[in-house]
Design a protein around this ligand. Structure first.
Ligand SMILES: Cc1ncc(COP(=O)(O)O)c(C=O)c1O
Length: 421
C-alpha cells in the first residue's frame, strides 16, 4: 500500500491528502475525480499497475497519454536514471553535452525529413518551438489546426486548441489561429488558399477528441495542400509516437513526411521530463542564425537525455516491436468480440495500433470509466468527446495482462449496459 507515499509528507490518511489538495492545489480537479468515481491517489506503481494509497489496485490503460508506454518505473529506465544521477545533473542548457548530442542524433536519424532536434521539458513547449520555427521559415504568422485538437497549454499551443482552454485566459486569437473540422480536406484547402499560413499542426490521431481516425488519404492530402501553398506540416506525435501505432511515428504510415515532428510524454520514460521538436532543414534554419533564439533552462536536461536515449533503444528493439504487434492483434480480436456481444453499448471501435478509442454512444464513456475503475482498470474518458473512452495499452503488456484487461472491460461494459436498459 501507499503508506510510504503518505508518511513521507507527514500524512496519516488519504482524506488528509484530499483536504490539502482541495485547499492548496486544485479544488475543482480534486473534487471532479471524487465525483466521477475515480478517487485515485496513486501510491505504489510498478509496470502497468497502480495502487491507490488506500490499496485499490488497477491496471493503467491511460498511461498519461503514453508517458508510461514502457511501464511505471521500468527497471531499465530507473537503473539508467539512478546511474546517471551518480555523475550528472540537469546540466547547463547553453553547452553541448554528450547526452544532448547523442539524443539529437538518434532522434534525427530515426525521423525521415528531420535535420535538428530542439529539446524542451513538455509537449506544449515543443509545440511552441515547432510553431515558432514554422513562422521563422515561412515569414508568416497564421496557424491552422483542427477543431477539438489538443496540443497543450503554453502560449502558442493553447491558441491552437479548444476554446474551453484558451478563452478563460484570453489566449484565443482567431485572427491568427484558424480552425477547420477534422477529416475535411476541402475546408483545409480553403483555409490555406490565401498562401498566408505558416503551419498546419495535426495530431496524427486526435487524442483528446477521442481518437477519431484519419480517413484514408486525408493526412497525405493535407500535406499535399501544405506543399502547394508553402505551408509547413507539423506532426504532433506526442500521443501517437514512440511505438504506439506499431511504428516509431504514426504519421509516416499515413504517407506524410512532416516538416516538423513533435514528441514528448513517453520520451521521458515517465521519470524525467523531456520533449523534442524535430525540425526539417527550413524550420531548423534559425539554429544556424541565432542558436540563442529559443532557450529553456530545463530543455534537454542531461538526466532526461540519458533516460530518453534508453527509451528509444527499448522502443526500437525487435522484441518490443514484436510484442506490440501481438498486443495490437489481441486487443483487436477481444474488442471485436465485445462489440459483437454488446453492439448497443460499445457502439464503435477506433483502433490504430495501441491507440484506441471506444465509443459508448448511449451511456457516454464516464459510467464505463467509473465501473472499469472499480473492476481494476484505469482508462480515461475523452475530454473533448465524452462519448469516447481513451484506451491506451502499454507497449510491454503481456498476453495475460491483456486478457485481464479485456475480461475486466467486458464485465464493466456488461454491467453498465445492464444498468441502462
Ligand atoms: C497530442 C498532444 N500534444 C501535446 C500535448 C502537450 O503535452 P504536455 O502536457 O507535456 O505539455 C499533449 C498532452 O496531453 C497531447 O496529448
Amino acid at each position: 500500500m501507499g503508506i510510504e507515499q503518505l508518511s513521507m509528507y507527514g500524512y496519516a490518511s488519504k482524506a488528509e491528502v484530499l483536504a490539502d489538495a482541495r485547499r492548496y492545489w486544485n479544488p475543482d480537479k480534486t473534487s471532479f475525480w471524487q465525483d466521477e468515481g475515480v478517487p485515485l491517489v496513486i501510491g505504489e506503481r510498478s509496470g502497468y499497475r497502480l495502487t491507490d494509497v488506500d490499496g485499490h489496485e488497477v491496471i493503467d490503460v491511460h498511461l498519461n497519454g503514453g508517458t508510461y508506454n514502457l511501464g511505471h518505473r521500468n527497471p531499465e529506465l530507473v537503473d539508467t536514471l539512478t546511474r546517471a544521477a551518480q555523475y550528472l545533473d540537469i546540466g547547463n542548457h547553453h553547452f553541448p553535452t554528450p547526452g544532448r548530442a547523442a539524443l539529437a542524433r538518434r532522434l534525427v536519424e530515426a525521423t525521415p525529413g528531420a535535420d535538428k532536434a530542439v529539446f524542451g521539458s513538455s509537449g506544449a513547449e515543443a509545440v511552441d518551438v515547432a510553431l515558432k520555427s514554422a513562422r521563422y521559415a515561412t515569414g508568416r504568422r497564421k496557424v491552422v489546426s483542427v477543431m477539438k485538437a489538443y496540443h497543450g497549454h503554453t502560449g502558442l499551443a493553447v491558441a491552437t486548441g479548444d476554446s474551453r482552454f484558451s478563452q478563460l485566459f484570453r489566449s484565443d486569437n482567431p485572427a491568427e489561429f484558424v480552425q477547420v473540422p477534422f477529416n475535411d480536406l476541402d475546408a483545409m484547402a480553403s483555409a490555406l488558399a490565401g498562401e498566408d499560413i505558416a503551419a498546419v499542426i495535426m495530431e496524427t490521431v486526435p487524442a483528446t477528441y477521442g481518437f477519431p481516425l484519419p480517413e484514408p488519404g486525408y493526412l497525405a492530402g493535407v500535406k499535399q495542400v501544405c506543399q502547394t501553398t508553402g505551408t509547413l506540416y507539423i506532426a504532433d506525435e506526442v500521443q501517437t509516437g514512440l511505438g504506439r501505432t506499431g511504428e516509431l511515428w504514426g504519421v509516416y504510415a499515413e504517407g506524410v513526411t512532416p516538416d516538423i515532428l513533435v514528441t514528448g510524454k513517453g520520451l521521458s520514460g515517465g521519470l524525467y521530463p523531456i520533449s523534442a521538436a524535430l525540425l526539417g532543414t527550413a524550420a531548423g534554419g534559425w539554429l544556424e542564425q541565432d542558436g540563442f533564439a529559443h532557450m529553456a533552462t530545463f530543455g534537454g536536461a542531461e538526466l532526461g537525455c540519458a533516460v530518453a536515449v534508453k527509451v528509444l533503444e527499448i522502443t526500437q528493439r525487435s522484441d518490443t516491436r514484436e510484442n506490440v504487434r501481438r498486443r495490437i492483434g489481441q486487443f483487436a480480436a477481444g474488442l471485436a468480440d465485445l462489440r459483437a456481444e454488446l453492439p448497443h453499448a460499445l457502439t464503435g471501435i477506433r483502433q490504430k495500433g495501441l491507440v484506441i478509442g471506444l465509443e459508448f454512444g448511449a451511456t457516454g464513456a464516464k459510467p464505463v470509466m467509473a465501473e472499469l475503475y472499480r473492476q481494476g482498470v484505469w482508462a480515461i474518458f475523452s475530454t473533448l468527446d465524452p462519448a469516447v473512452l481513451q484506451f491506451k495499452p502499454g507497449l510491454l503488456l503481456t498476453e495475460r495482462e491483456t486478457d485481464k484487461i479485456l475480461a475486466r472491460l467486458r464485465d464493466a461494459v456488461r454491467k453498465v449496459a445492464a444498468a441502462h436498459v
